[in-house]
Design a protein. Structure first.
Length: 729
């Protein structure tokens, strides 16, 4: 760059600049002064700002910026401004739980890895944002982990007489070898109100028939196949089998473990309920019996849920009433199904595209990931479902990628009952849900398929009223609070260990916990009436110590020297919230975790109370922690600001930086991150649309705010030393 004295307008021996604005000074030849030099001309503000160096040149602490990862990767102007002006980048969305965790819980690092490579090549450090937050979560996946366990009913009407088990008399059942006892226990079944058969093997038990319970005679139709199924568990690892009388092979082998071909005579049991199924058709007469043989091992207590013991004629004529008139699409039509949203499409598959490789199926395509409700496919019933009555919903589904799906019952005013947590794989999977309308107006069944960019193929949709006289009903088992806590803690561990571990060599500072506090300074508890589709509160399941676990895990799987932050917003406007955060930090560290720094977001406006900003910095500095302004922007309330508003915005940016430097000791100054590059609308689709909060304008030109930021960082008016010389590149 070369500097050269130029007068942009020809100057005669006497020149007069005039304006209709009488505030503009008139320039002319001064007696005894000689000709006017260009260095004496007043610089226009824009000319001054253009002479400033890149922002990062004016400070020794980290100057960061919050960016959109996709924009950084695709827009050279955007990435060029980022690279030239900042030391550190914080990705606004792409490194959070929602975009990183897939529908089946695995993490996809590819896009972020590519970004990390590009950012590091540009000399930028990367600030990890954010590990634990209540928004931008893959809430569908997390909720699926703690969703009730759905135990499908039997495949048809139960032809087995279990009355003697239900009343505890064992009528028609034979306790041939009772071992250490066979009895009926209330409340010991799959649910808290269901009964179980309790079978205890003796201390000398060593053969399967040493503990045996035999069923009544079961009448059969020659040539039909019958399915025997039940749920069993044991107080320790156990072992059992089914044996028969009335079959050609009374001791059949079965692939009990579904491991791909190892056929054995026995099945294992453990402390979790396990479903056992076997089908037989080699009858020698018109009846048969089966035996529960559980005597393999000594001193084991087994429980078999009474209501799930069933024998079903698989070849019996089905009597299911399907409330969906077109659930198999065999007419090569979607009618009366309809749908909308997110530019999604719907169609009937090619012939042979249905479940089992035959017939037709419904094909739903969502082009871009959004939320569950952004793409919907709707079936309207001929009349509303009955309030509080149970309906069994089943369908087969697959997708071209691992995906999330939700179904709902909806009313004409769009209120509904939601059944989420459906993880769809690339292979056909049957989904079974129990639907219970909470209102009398539920007249629509809906597939919500907008959460994943995917193509779903769905077939054999059946919605039928649950009948107590027909097949064994589906059983829903709610997980206890303790079980949910264990599951969610394991998921938190999996997420942090994998994320921090993967980027251990690339990311050395993290927002570990984001926005833990309510506005009044108390801890969020997760008790929220209406949750967004990406909202999930770890604290609701793990309690106050969720942050303790998060910080310990981040330290364990990262580096000892990593800087770990807790971050929140409105600390400058709600000092009680600031105090609450400081108190929570004290609590977290009392439990053995270490927090290195506090992030204060500072999404502020021109009306934000400056005295409170100063008080906030004083309170935060008093903790002795590193202090970071983590998401600074200054809203103006318009995308067409006046010159006065732009000047005020510049002054507010400078005030924040000046105050930060004044009250936060140098050793505690981690740095300042400005949230976003420019006012370009592509940066504000999801954040402050129709606004102008940033340092560059919509065309990536430096705004007045650039001067305020630079002067604040430099601790002086940088332009004071500029001459009137214009710059020619």
């Amino acid at each position: 760059m070369k500097y050269k004295n130029i007068i942009p307008i020809a100057v005669a021996s006497l020149m007069l600049f005039s304006s209709c604005d009488d505030q503009i000074m008139e320039w002319g030849k001064v007696e005894g002064h000689g000709e006017i030099a260009s260095s004496e001309l007043p610089l226009a503000l824009a000319e001054k700002i253009s002479r400033y160096e890149p922002l990062k040149n004016y400070t020794d602490f980290k100057l960061g910026v919050g960016i959109g990862m996709d924009l950084y990767m695709s827009d050279d102007v955007y990435s060029g401004v980022t690279n030239a002006n900042f030391d550190e980048v914080t990705v606004g969305y792409a490194m959070k739980h929602g975009p990183m965790v897939s529908a089946n819980g695995t993490l996809n690092f590819t896009k972020v890895d590519n970004f990390v490579t590009k950012a590091k090549a540009a000399g930028l450090s990367i600030f990890g944002h954010t590990l634990i937050w209540h928004q931008n979560q893959n809430a569908s996946y997390l909720n699926s982990l703690i969703a009730p366990t759905i135990i499908p009913g039997s495949s048809g009407t139960n032809v087995l007489n279990i009355a003697g088990l239900q009343d505890g008399t064992f009528s028609s059942w034979a306790r041939n070898n009772p071992g250490a006892g066979i009895s009926i226990v209330s409340g010991a079944g799959l649910t808290s109100t269901s009964k179980a058969i309790k079978l205890v093997s003796s201390a000398t038990s060593s053969q399967p028939y040493n503990l045996q319970l035999t069923s009544p005679d079961i009448s059969v139709v020659s040539g039909h196949k019958y399915e025997i199924s039940f749920f069993v568990k044991s107080d320790q690892v156990g072992k059992g089998r089914l044996s028969f009388s009335g079959l050609s092979n009374n001791y059949p082998y079965k692939d009990w473990y579904a491991t791909g071909g190892t056929w054995t005579a026995s099945f294992d049991t453990a402390s979790q309920w396990k479903q056992v199924k076997i089908s037989v058709n080699d009858f020698t007469g018109s009846t048969f019996k089966f035996n529960f043989d559980l005597g393999y091992l000594p001193n084991v207590t087994y429980y078999i849920d009474v209501n799930t013991i069933s024998v079903v004629d698989l070849d019996a004529v089905a009597t299911v009433t399907n409330l969906v008139s077109n659930g198999n699409f065999e007419g090569n039509t979607l009618s009366p199904w309809s749908g909308y949203g997110n530019s999604s499409t719907r169609a009937v598959s090619a012939s042979g595209g249905g479940y089992g490789g035959t017939g037709y199926a419904m094909v739903l395509t969502n082009p871009t990931a959004a939320n569950n409700y952004s793409a919907q496919q709707v079936y309207t019933f001929s009349s509303p479902l009955v309030q509080n009555k149970q309906y069994t919903c089943s369908f087969w589904v697959k997708a071209n990628v691992a995906a999330a799906l939700q179904v709902e019952l909806q009313s004409p005013d769009y209120s509904g009952d939601y059944y989420g947590g459906i993880n769809v794989t690339t292979s056909w999977t049957q989904v079974v849900k129990t639907l219970t309308p909470s209102k009398t107006d539920r007249n629509k069944f809906i597939f919500d398929f907008g959460a994943t960019a995917a193509t779903f193929t769905i077939d054999d949709i059946v919605i039928t009223p649950v009948s107590t006289s027909g097949p064994t009903p589906t059983i829903t088992i709610q997980k206890t609070d303790a079980e949910k806590a264990t599951i969610i803690e394991a998921s938190l561990t999996d997420w942090i260990s994998k994320m921090v571990g993967h980027y251990k060599n690339d990311v050395h500072a993290w927002d570990v916990v984001n926005e833990p506090m309510k506005e009044d300074g108390t801890l969020r508890d997760g008790n929220v009436t209406t949750l967004a589709s990406d909202e999930f509160y770890w604290v609701k399941y793990l309690g106050k110590d969720y942050a303790v676990k998060a910080f310990k895990l981040a330290r364990q799987y990262g580096n000892a020297t990593d800087k770990l932050f807790i971050n929140d917003y409105n600390l400058e406007s709600r000092l009680d919230k600031c105090d609450g955060l400081v108190n929570y930090i004290t609590y977290i560290e009392s439990k053995g975790a270490t927090i290195d720094g506090i992030g204060t977001q500072m999404h502020i406006s021109l009306s934000t109370d400056k005295d409170k900003i100063a008080q906030m910095f004083q309170k935060l500095a008093a903790t002795g922690k590193l202090i970071k302004v983590s998401e600074l922007d200054v809203r103006l309330g318009t995308n067409s600001p006046t010159a006065a508003q732009l000047a005020d915005q510049s002054a507010m940016y400078q005030y924040v930086i000046d105050t930060y430097k004044k009250y936060v000791p140098t050793a505690q100054q981690y740095g300042i991150t400005i949230w976003g590059i420019s006012d370009n609308k592509v940066e504000h689709v999801n954040w402050l649309p129709d606004e102008s909060p940033n340092v560059w304008d919509a065309n990536y030109k430096r705004k007045h705010a650039y001067k305020g930021v630079a002067d604040g960082l430099a601790g002086k008016d940088v332009s004071t030393g500029f001459s009137g010389d214009l710059i020619i590149n």
